[in-house]
Design a protein around this ligand. Structure first.
Ligand SMILES: Nc1ncnc2c1ncn2[C@@H]1O[C@H](COP(=O)(O)OP(=O)(O)OP(=O)(O)O)[C@@H](O)[C@H]1O
Ligand SMILES: [Mg+2]
Length: 247
């Protein structure tokens, strides 16, 4: 579904990604783990079309999206939940969720969809996160961190993605809330959404995902099934210490 080959990217003269190879197959949850500053967020920004001067290959469902515009990329079926969640604090839960459906209502990227389909997807978000239904009119800025993460995921889902990119959804959240969020990711995946999950919580991420990649200093240094990585000596030492455990 997503095929990245020898990808080089960065910010101006600063090169961050140095020849990334990574693949996500349809139906998978793939996790990308690695330390602060390794280039995880940069990779997601690159996929979404937010960076200039990319070199290498990014194919989505066989189509070259290396230089595509973000709007076109969303229209093709990729959606991202950014690290800072990117919500509009003064707007309500319902307004933030509907922003995710913006392109569908505009008919850009895809043919314009009727409101009934969008309403059905909204219901799916409430099935996933029932608490949001009782907070619909509340400004998002007044929600707890966990509830905000739920809105961010719900909003990404509202664009009807085939591939969902999640940037450290567990960041700053309590173990029980993380469990709820990760459960929702599993449900989304079972309902047909392919997932690329960036995490620093390697233990949890590898338990959730089918496969994983380890990125350090802009390079993929290890890849394998989740079971392989969970049992890998270097992964254990660097990423699976006590401080990474939760839940
Ligand atoms: N806008 C920017 N301009 C210049 N350099 C940047 C910019 N954003 C990030 N960087 C640099 O790129 C490198 C990779 O950053 P990135 O945010 O991709 O790391 P990360 O793996 O997501 O880290 P974290 O786990 O802390 O989120 C870092 O050295 C960072 O300082
Ligand atoms: Mg990051």
């Amino acid at each position: 579904m997503l095929e990245i080959g020898n990808l080089n990217a960065g910010y101006g003269q600063v090169e961050v990604l140095k020849g990334i190879d990574l693949e996500v197959r349809e139906g998978e949850i793939v996790t990308l783990i690695g330390p602060n500053g390794a280039g995880k967020t940069t990779l997601l920004l690159g996929i979404m079309g937010f960076l200039n001067g990319l070199r290498g290959k990014i194919l989505f469902r066989g189509q070259d999206i290396l230089h595509a515009e973000t709007e076109a990329i969303v229209g093709m079926g990729i959606s991202m939940v950014p690290e800072d969640r990117g919500l509009f604090g003064p707007l309500s839960v319902s307004e933030n969720l509907m922003l995710g459906a913006y392109l569908r209502l505009q008919g850009k990227g895809k043919s314009k969809e009727d409101k009934a389909k969008i309403q059905a997807d909204l219901e799916e978000v409430f099935n996933l996160f029932p608490i949001l239904k009782s907070r619909l009119k509340q400004p998002v800025g007044t929600l707890s961190g966990g509830q905000q993460q739920m809105v961010a995921i719900g909003r990404a889902f509202m664009s009807k993605p085939r591939l969902l990119l999640l940037d450290e959804p567990s960041l700053g959240l309590a173990p029980l809330v993380i469990k709820e969020i990760f459960k929702a990711v599993t449900v989304l995946n079972q309902n047909g959404v392919t997932v690329l999950l960036v995490e620093q919580n390697a233990n949890l991420a590898l338990k959730l995902a089918h496969r994983g990649y380890v990125i350090e200093n802009g390079r993929i240094v290890l890849t394998g099934t989740s079971a392989e990585l969970l049992n890998h000596q270097e992964v254990k030492q660097a990423y699976l210490g006590k401080s990474h455990e939760a839940g």
